[in-house]
Write a protein that binds this ligand. Structure first.
Ligand code: MEV
Length: 427
């Protein structure tokens, strides 16, 4: 950090990418190599990057991988995943192999309906006004639909209205839900535009004050369900299958475990979301809200043994994903990801994501109830250390193996091994 350091940068947003980076290097010591790395946008055109978010000074590349073995709704699918965590792709591929029985993983997405919320405060006789709003339902829906004729023409648009009265510390608030079929979009833009548009109408009807007009990420009308079965021998035998059921029961009984259980599911879902440039925060928010819908935090998936002795898994999660508009439209890699999966509808993408979540969950539980996850993690970690220590080609595996065998998975040891083996010394 330099002496003249300040975070006040008026007009920073108006500059070009290089100019901004120059401004930053006047404040923070960055080497030429570091600047070059930042300015490497990889597969994203800097112009697109600069139009996606504000104050861009560079790009950051994540690995793009393919999870193999997936059979979903009787179709073999290659699943693109983008994630920073090792083992996730391997685990998903591994579990997908166990879930190929019959049609493979069956996944069915519900309607693609999102909720736009309008919060109205200072309403006199709120319960009566709630009904008055419903009396004007057609007019409100009509006005909402005038905001997006294209969506309506394609069969989507505002379909229904719900009104709730919610108690706050300052008294009751009228909450209107505009239920919108967003078809193949994630929906935030369409829904927010409609919610903002109908607000004055609601003010007129209620005599209150609208304070909020925004989509709800608690996407309870956009649920995807996935289920699959596998013979116990595929997971390592009856005993392992039984232990997986125990893992499921523990997640049901213990919210601390449920959070980690669901994190494992989201490892898969978010990796596909990142590969397809989705709003993954919306997906996470929706998933956790859904997990807590009963009032206590629950797992999104369940594992049981069926009457034939098969291990059966089922998962239910809201998935607010789109294949038109937003980043998915402008990021060329997101387009390639959709092409790889041959996805033509938002619901198909949601079905794949739910299936991946279920497989990811099985992989995690199986590892946890058997050898634990550290062994696999450590193998990849050892390889990463070997690469960081300068190993290339066959040397990577060799160095990793020795570190694992010696129980010393550390950077200094990786460096020592790389030096010795590169010189042809015997270990
Ligand atoms: C690690 O990223 C995910 C797990 O913790 C999930 C789980 O515990 O079920 C392995």
């Amino acid at each position: 950090m330099k002496e003249n350091f300040t975070s006040r940068l008026p007009g920073f947003y108006k500059k070009g990418i290089k100019e901004r980076l120059e401004t930053i290097t006047r404040l923070i010591e960055l080497s030429d190599e570091e600047k070059k790395l930042l300015l490497n946008f990889g597969n994203l055109d800097p112009k697109i990057a600069d139009s996606m978010i504000e104050n861009v000074i560079g790009g950051m590349t994540y690995p793009f991988a393919i999870a193999t073995n997936f059979k979903i709704n009787n179709r073999d699918i290659l699943v693109p995943m983008v994630i920073e965590e090792s083992s996730v792709v391997a685990a998903a591929s591994n579990a997908a192999k166990m879930l190929r029985e019959g049609k493979g993983i069956v996944a069915i997405a519900d309607r693609q309906y999102m909720i736009g919320q309008i919060h109205i405060v200072n309403v006199t006789a709120p319960r009566c006004k709630a009904l008055k709003i419903l009396e004007h339902k057609d007019e409100i829906l009509d006005y909402a639909n005038q905001q997006d004729p294209v969506l309506v023409k394609l069969g989507g648009g505002a379909k229904d209205l719900e009104v709730r009265v919610v108690e706050t510390r300052r008294g009751p608030v009228v909450v209107v839900h505009l239920i919108v079929d967003v078809l193949d979009a994630m929906g935030a833009n369409a829904v927010n535009t409609m919610a903002e548009a109908v607000a004055p109408l609601l003010t007129k009807i209620t005599g209150g004050n609208v304070v909020m007009r925004i989509i709800s990420n608690n996407a309870v009308y956009r649920i995807v369900r996935a289920w699959a079965r596998t013979k116990p021998e595929n997971v390592g035998g009856k005993d392992v299958a039984e232990r997986i059921v125990w893992a499921s029961l523990l997640a049901e009984a213990d919210p601390y475990r449920a959070a980690t259980h669901n994190k494992g599911i989201m490892n898969g879902i978010i990796a596909v979301a990142l590969a397809t440039a989705q709003d993954h925060r919306a997906i996470e928010a929706g998933a956790h809200a859904y997990a807590a819908r009963s009032g206590s935090y629950k797992p999104l998936s369940y594992w049981e043994i069926d009457e034939e002795g098969y291990l059966v898994g089922s998962l239910e999660v809201p998935l607010q994903v789109g294949i038109i508009g937003g980043a998915v439209r402008v990021h060329p890699i997101a387009q390639i990801a959709l092409k790889i999966m041959e996805v033509r509808k938002a619901r198909e993408l949601a079905e794949i994501m739910a299936a991946v979540g279920l497989a990811q969950n099985l992989a995690a539980l199986r590892a946890l109830v058997t050898e634990g996850i550290q062994r696999g993690h450590m193998r990849l970690h050892a390889k990463n250390l070997a690469v960081m220590a300068g190993a290339t080609g066959n040397l990577i595996d060799k160095v990793a193996e020795i570190m694992i065998k010696d129980g010393k998975i550390r950077f200094d040891y990786a460096k020592e091994l790389v030096e010795k083996l590169s010189k042809g010394e015997k270990i």
